[in-house]
Each structure stands twice: as C-alpha cells, then as structure tokens.
Design a protein around this ligand. Sequence first.
Ligand code: SAH
Length: 263
Amino acid sequence: MGKVWFVGAGPGDPDLITVKGRNMVSKAGAILYAGSLVSEAALRWAPLGCEIADSKDMTLEEITDWLVAKARVHELVVRLQTGDPSLYGALIEMARPLDGAGVEIGVVPGVSSAMASAAAAVESLTLPEVTQTVILTRVEGRTPMPEGESLEALARHQCTLCLFLSVGLLGKVREDLLAAGWREDAPVLVVQKASWPGEEKILRGTLGDIRERCRAEKIRSQAMIIVSPTLGARSWPSMKKSKLYDSSFTHRFRLGRKPGGSD
Ligand code: SAH
C-alpha cells in the first residue's frame, strides 16, 4: 500500500509550490488535482507516465475511491490542493475514508491565497499598535457558520479580516461590517487570482464602493477580500515602527541602546 500526500500547490503561480511539494509531485505515480483553482502548471513537474486526473467533476466519495485505488498500485500518490490544504480544502473529509481504508497519509503545507494576496498588494496584515491579529474566515453561504462566528461578531475585533469564498457576497460583507462599527470609507482590498502569471487583478476601494468596483471588473470568483486597518499604511504620513527594529529594544540578537544615548 502506498502513501497519499495532500500537497499545497500554492495560490496559482507554479513557483509558489514548496520545494518539498514539488519533490512529491516529481516522484508521484498518480496525481489528482483540484480543478480550476490549482494551476495545471504545477503539474509540469510530474514524471513521465504519471497518472493525472482533475477532480472537478468528482464527488468526495469518487475522490477518495480514486486515491485509495491508486495507493494500491503506486508508492506515492499526490492530491494537489489549492493554497494550503488546511484551509477550506475538505482535508478531514478526505482523510477519514483513507484512514478507514488503511492508507497512510501526509500533508505538505502550501502558500495560502491570503498570504499571496497581501504580497500582491504589498500590504502587511499586522502593524504595531494598529492590529496584531488576523482572522481567516468567510461569509455564511451554503455552509452555515458555527455559533459566535458571524462576520458581524468577528468584525467587532477591528483587526485584519481575510475573507475566503465571499466575493459574491460583498453586499453582506458591507452590512455586517457596518453593523460591527466599521466605517463606510474603511479601506478594502480585493485580489483575484493572486500570483497567477498575467491574470492577477488587484482592486482597492472602500466598504462603500468595493462591490461596484468588483462588478465593473467582473470579479465574481477566485478572489480574496482583505479588510484591515493596516491597508494603505505605506503611504500614511507617519506610523509606529515595530519594536523589533527600534534602537532601544533589546532582543536575542542585539543589545538595545538607552533612549537618548549614543550607543
Ligand atoms: N486552501 C485555499 C483556499 C481554498 S477556498 C488557500 O489556502 O488559499 C477557495 C477560496 O480561496 C476562493 O474562493 C478565494 O477566496 C480563495 N483563493 C484561492 N486561490 C486564490 C487566488 N489565487 N487569489 C485570490 N483568492 C484565492
């Protein structure tokens, strides 16, 4: 019996798969990738003769049956997942039937689209004395949100919010954030196909106008919404600096200077 590796393919740019993930792909006997969101280019490292299939038309059961069947004939089977497998990737739903069939599994983490979107726009999701917290969540769609995790409740923290699977629900995002005390002119970033060569779109707007902007650009899917008090800090007139680089701050690698002193 072979082993099934769930590999994070990264957000789209084939260069953003990890070295470990690429090594897995290059040794795989069979690869099942996750439809449109995983760039097929990630398969460019698949070895000759590797069995490759797209799971976009498969049910969960068909996916796990495929993985079990291939693990019976190949030593290494790869399930390529978009971004990082631990986020909205049905990892546990797939892992349980594999456990039941006695198939060993492993996970290789990936670069999530939340990180790739921040990178695309050169934004920091944390900023000293502005926010030190990031919430990765989604708006309620067909999957109901657990108790206490409504967007309105989470948004009351006024920290950074990365919203997956929600670009079709920007009206609700606005409503919930306004109810949580955000302002109509709060900055919002939407990145579609972050890191995809030649296809990435970066849109900036406010809670009030981002829905219209997305509509004008025909952005309806494959997009990350970031709402954060840190957005745009690059062009603020002034900001607090991270203590880590402050000359009076002592840490493991450097002795701080006394404030006002010369060394
Ligand atoms: N595991 C993935 C998320 C899968 S859920 C990850 O870690 O990124 C699918 C959602 O992820 C999409 O609706 C979209 O919100 C986001 N997404 C995936 N790839 C993206 C990309 N390249 N750019 C922007 N958003 C992306």
